[in-house]
Design a protein around this ligand. Structure first.
Ligand SMILES: Cc1cc2nc3c(=O)[nH]c(=O)nc-3n(C[C@H](O)[C@H](O)[C@H](O)COP(=O)(O)O)c2cc1C
Length: 242
């Protein structure tokens, strides 16, 4: 293992620093942008409840109680609760000009993170892998077989993931962010994903559910499961909720 200063990680942070000098000489990155939203036009669409009953919750209590927990009861989750969790991740909350702002902040309001969910134990929903259409707040069905155990395998065989009611998986559409921020954008993409996961954990806590962030993944295995090419869009993070 090279010493810290020779690592790729250190060099990346070093080489993407802003300084008072380089900020003036900054060139526009030669990276074409990608559409702001993704959808699967041919997929079966499932309308998510738009106004489900929200349990009363005290933010300070939630912050105190939030924990990463890995033992799930295996009990099913209602579609209402799934909708609340998805809304906490990426729900649209306001419009500012052309931008549709969301529950979690995003550098430049570019929202490079897509949300998928392996929903095996949701009342009234046949198991499968889904994509969240953020604009219409619908699930788009990608598969019709239970997917939690497959996600667990692709996450270094962390088998507890397969016991969740739903596993939220996040991918990064690099161009959305990097067309504006270039190399430095990768910092922001990871931060965006972190904000989303924190929202999910707090919302899960408010619903009396357990959750755990997971970044130990076989990246391409997880991407393949979602049908991602690993270039334009890569799986980066996930969280089971049970
Ligand atoms: C970026 C990130 C990646 C993580 N990856 C995993 C993981 O792959 N497997 C796991 O069991 N926990 C994972 N965790 C959970 C941490 O182990 C946990 O947050 C930490 O032990 C602190 O505990 P707390 O979240 O309950 O406060 C991850 C957490 C973060 C923020």
């Amino acid at each position: 293992m090279p010493d810290l200063q020779k690592t790729l990680g250190y060099r990346y942070l070093h080489d993407t620093k802003f300084t008072r000098k380089n900020i003036r000489e900054k060139e526009r990155p030669a990276i074409a942008p990608a559409p702001a939203f993704k959808d699967y036009p041919g997929a079966e669409k499932i309308d998510l409840p738009k106004n489900p009953q929200k349990p009363a919750a005290d933010l300070w209590q939630l912050l105190q109680q939030r924990r990463s927990l890995r033992n799930f009861s295996g009990s099913p989750m209602s579609l209402d609760d799934l909708a609340l969790l998805l809304w906490a991740c990426q729900g649209i909350t306001a419009r500012a000009g052309a931008y549709l702002l969301r529950t979690a902040p995003s550098a430049g309001a570019l929202y490079p993170i897509e949300t998928y969910v392996a929903a095996d134990r949701i009342e009234g929903l046949a198991p499968g892998l889904f994509h969240l259409n953020v604009g219409t707040f619908q699930l788009e069905r990608l598969t019709d077989k239970p997917a939690g155990a497959l996600v667990a395998q692709a996450a270094l065989d962390q088998s507890f993931i397969g016991q969740a009611a739903a596993v939220f998986v996040w991918s990064a559409v690099l161009r959305r962010n990097m067309a504006k921020y270039g190399q430095r954008g990768l910092r922001y993409i990871c931060m965006d994903a972190g904000h989303i996961c924190q929202n999910l954990q707090l919302a899960a806590e408010a619903l009396g559910r357990r959750s755990c962030p997971v970044a130990a993944i076989y990246d391409d295995e997880l991407g393949d499961l979602l049908g991602l090419d690993g270039v334009e869009e890569s799986a980066i993070y996930l969280a089971p909720v049970g």
